[in-house]
Structure formats: structure tokens, C-alpha cells
Design a protein around this ligand. Structure first.
Ligand code: GSH
Length: 280
């Protein structure tokens, strides 16, 4: 593991690393915020953050404004990249922003040529947490959150692994990818046309089929001025299923907010407090 940058912030540390991933078969970068409490080796719980289309590990760390509250609550934050990268990694032939590089959709691709490197599901579920536990003072307590495509990742990974995360949250998530253009494009390209394989990566399908071990709480914030709301995000699909099965999901619609990190930075403190409450 190679340290790329290290910056002291609010008494804790923000560090970026590069490592060779056996899961994605390429070099990956990630970032970690360690609160002041961890400076002397005290173990802290970890929130994993998954970003949206076009992002890297950097967007959240630079724009979300999460450090002060995470430091007060004694929570580490890990941000993953959004896809494998490198010269050998296949991209969208048309180089669009919503498929290929920067758009890994947190799944394990099975369609060539993407099946070689696009294993973001396994990377986030297994390799990254193992690396974090091996190198940093963290407890076994984990929560997961994300934005947009990363909200989809947080919901699907959190539900399918509800025994290892204590809570899930999301900003402006894609909740029903098999029924929106971003999701259909990605799933067709990475998984093929057999939609039975898609179900394991669709939060609304997972919830309606009760594909979770424990009903860990879910918090979602969504801006009503988000230009992707009607066509891509459609949180009401997930909300309806949650109501039907009496699942602990809170959806906050936020008047006037858009899809950007201005929105995330406005409510990130509430999400950090939500996760802190469920680390016990
Ligand atoms: N129209 C945008 C779509 C991508 C987008 O809005 N990405 C969101 C996640 S879905 C984001 O977080 N962008 C980076 C940022 O705001 O820092 C683009 O082409 O970049």
C-alpha cells in the first residue's frame, strides 16, 4: 500500500492510498479520514462512502464537509473509487460518463470485456474492509452510505450484507436501477440481458423479496429540485416497498435542493449522527 497524500484536518488525518487490488486486477486508490480519537491507536467505527458517476475517492472528502462532525462522533470515513482504472481497463466505447470508467455500479460484471476488472461489489464488500482492518485502528462496526450511483451501491451492498453493517444511508440514490436509463444501460453492459441476474443489484427488488438478514435502518435524503429525480432516481419505489413490509426506512424529501454536493454538505451531519446512533 502506497501513501499518496497525508493532511491533518480538524485534529485527525485525511490520507489517500494506492494499492494493487486482487479483486479488480488493477491499482486502486481510496481515502480514509481518521478522527483525532484514532491518533493514539484507539479503535473507531468506520463509515464507508460510495460516490456517484464520474467521481473518485476525492469528491466526498473535498466537498461534503463531513470532517468536524465525524471527528466529534469519533467515526472514520473511507471513500472508495467508483470503478477500476488504468490503461488495460475497458471503458464505454462511446466514452460516456454513465458507463465504464467512473461508473462501475458497485457490481461484479460478467460480460466481457468488463468481467476482467469491474468487480466493485467484491472490492467494497471484501477487499477494501480487509485492507482497512489490517492497516488502521478500526473496530468491527461498519456502516455504509453513498450518493446517486453510490446510493444504489450502499443500499444493495448494505441490504445483502446486513450482518456486517449496522445502518445504511443514501443521498439521491438510484433505488430501482432495472427501471431507469442509467441502470438499464449499466446492467445490460455489465450483466447482459438476463434480467434475473439484475435482481441482486436492485435495491427495490432486494427489499421486496426481503433479501436481507436483518432489517438494519435506512435513511435517505432526496432534493426535490434534483434534475435526475423523475427519470433516474424515483425513491418512491423503495419507499412503497418499505411501507408494504414495514421496513425501517426514512425518506426525507428536501425542498429546493439539487443533485450536487451542496445538498450533501447540507445534510451530511444528520447522516453521521444517524450512523453514530446505530454503532453501539
Ligand atoms: N452531468 C453530470 C452527471 C454526473 C453527476 O452529476 N455526477 C454526480 C454523481 S451522479 C457527482 O457527484 N459529480 C461530481 C461532483 O459533483 O463532485 C456530468 O456529466 O458530470
Amino acid at each position: 500500500m502506497e501513501l499518496i497524500t497525508s493532511n491533518k484536518v480538524v485534529g485527525g488525518w485525511h490520507k489517500r492510498y494506492r494499492h494493487t487490488s486482487t479483486t479488480t486486477q488493477c491499482d486502486m486508490t481510496f481515502a480514509i479520514f481518521l478522527p483525532e480519537a484514532a491518533n493514539h491507536g484507539k479503535k473507531v467505527p468506520v463509515l464507508y462512502w460510495l460516490s456517484g458517476l464520474t467521481c473518485t475517492d476525492e469528491n466526498f472528502m473535498q466537498k461534503a464537509g463531513a470532517f468536524k462532525t465525524a471527528n466529534e462522533l469519533g467515526i472514520a470515513i473511507v471513500t472508495s473509487d467508483t470503478s477500476p482504472r488504468g490503461e488495460s481497463v475497458a471503458d464505454d466505447p462511446a466514452a460516456n460518463y454513465d458507463f465504464g470508467l467512473g461508473a462501475g455500479f458497485y457490481l461484479n460484471a460478467i460480460m466481457p470485456p468488463f468481467d476482467k476488472h469491474y468487480h466493485m461489489y467484491d472490492y467494497v464488500v471484501s477487499e477494501l474492509p480487509q485492507l482497512i482492518k489490517a492497516h488502521f485502528p478500526v473496530t468491527e462496526q461498519q456502516a455504509i452510505s453513498g450518493h446517486s450511483m453510490g446510493g444504489h451501491g450502499a443500499l444493495t451492498i448494505g441490504l445483502r450484507n446486513s450482518d456486517v453493517y449496522s445502518s445504511i444511508s443514501a443521498f439521491s440514490p438510484i433505488v430501482h436501477p432495472q427501471q431507469c436509463p442509467w441502470g438499464v444501460k449499466a446492467f445490460t453492459g455489465y450483466l447482459g440481458i438476463d434480467t434475473s441476474i439484475w435482481q441482486q443489484y436492485d435495491a427495490t427488488a432486494l427489499l421486496s423479496q426481503q433479501q436481507f438478514k436483518q432489517p438494519i435502518p435506512i435513511l435517505i435524503d432526496q432534493g426535490d429540485a434534483d434534475s435526475f429525480l423523475e427519470e433516474q432516481l424515483q425513491p418512491w419505489h423503495l419507499q412503497k416497498v418499505a411501507e408494504n413490509i414495514n421496513y425501517p426506512l426514512t425518506l426525507n424529501m428536501r425542498e429546493g435542493y439539487d443533485h450536487s454536493y451542496f445538498f450533501i454538505s447540507s445534510f451530511i451531519d444528520e447522516h453521521l449522527h444517524f450512523h453514530a446512533k446505530h454503532f453501539s
